[in-house]
Design a binder for this molecule. Sequence first.
Ligand code: GDP
Ligand code: IMO
Ligand code: MG
Length: 425
Amino acid sequence: MNVCVVGLQWGDEGKGKVVDILAEHSDIVVRYGGGSNAGHTVVVGDSRFALHLLPSGAVRPNVACVIANAVVVDPEVLITEIDGLCQRNITLDGRLLISENAHVVLDYHKKEDLLREQSLGDKKIGTTVRGIGPCYADKVGRTYAVRMGDFRDLDELKAKLQVILDYKNRVFAAVYNASPIDGDEVFKKCGYYADRLLPFVVDTTEFLHKSIADGKSVLFEGAQGSLLDLDHGTFPYVTSSNSSSLGLPAGCGVPARMVDQYLGVVKAYTTRVGAGPFPTEQDNEIGQYIRDRGHEYGTTTGRPRRCGWFDAVAASYSATIGAIDAIALMHLDTLSGLKELRICTAYRIDGQDRTFFPANIARLAKAAPIYETVPGWDEDITEVTDFDRLPAKARDYVRRIEQTAGKPITIVSVGPRRDQTIIRG
Ligand code: GDP
Ligand code: IMO
Ligand code: MG
């Protein structure tokens, strides 16, 4: 069984927890897109892991971890992550595979990301400043791109970096009046990256196809969320990759029909980090209540997340484009104590009620959410492991989300730990 886990909102839905749980029965976990902009949290007992580039399967010692072609790899972050796990007695030796065709994020990408965001003032995207956009732009532009396989020939890489740095430094000076990046320094670091990472660099497409032919079960771990998808999200307030499940086939070379199940992950409410439209946002005491109880601060940047009501228009759009079979509903516990809850079931745009999410932000900006109000519950539900033992109002809320989002909810999460999970038949 090959399963894809993908976020249906604007990221941080709890994909790390779901992947960790499903990884128990998987041989391989694959990251197929994004980069160190991702922050996936796995909680095992009292230990908390925040993973940015390694698939969340990394914390389970017998799982092979693949970083596929369309991931943009920041070698510095990856090495820190590998060493961090090693210090906690988890080794990646012999079970980490990095695509030779994955593109590399280097210092000048991070600098460009920062300079561009700073220059935009209040028009900025609110990126994670991890160099993601500039690296993907270089990939599409081809001329100035560096891939993991390039670490195999350092002489050739040196010559390539000279051309790249010459160009980048001219842009930094002319456009941003900024200081240049020292090319020798970048090259020196690349030598270290090559030493540390080349043992893991392979043809991951071959590995995946051979493994699937051998009957291995593969778990595909989405990064970001479907509404941050470059082509299908709320452009330009998106990330620079196809972060919905549509990015899976192109991202790792495994066709969509070789995936048996697409599992969408949503929170019982909605969050967003960075700028961009968010129709159900509650920039008030309700949003603050959710932020406080759900610890809604970014795993990668620590920024407070914007919080709001569950948006069934947005979630059902993501479920539709993502071929979603079932949903994992996270953070139900966070809503305990709210008297009433709201679910957005349609948008009113130019006087008409719409249920198909307009990803075009000019139209989305006009959307007034139409809410259904349902009663909340007071009980602490963080130790409930059986759906029937949830308060009746919590069960009703789950069922209503299921109806409005249009897909069965098979997992309900009531806390960050593995055992705080309700599996529904
Ligand atoms: P991801 O990027 O989708 O993997 O999500 P993040 O790890 O960035 O954010 C999810 C946060 O919620 C993490 O701190 C998780 O430990 C935590 N979490 C996951 N599921 C639940 C849940 O059901 N309840 C609560 N209270 N926290 C959860
Ligand atoms: P995970 O995998 C939430 C957001 C940023 C910004 C936009 C563009 O943990 O769910 P980028 O650095 O990608 O150019 O930023 O995308 N963003 C995320 N928001 N979770 C993430 O990842 C995100 N990755 C990027 O906040 O709005
Ligand atoms: Mg996250």
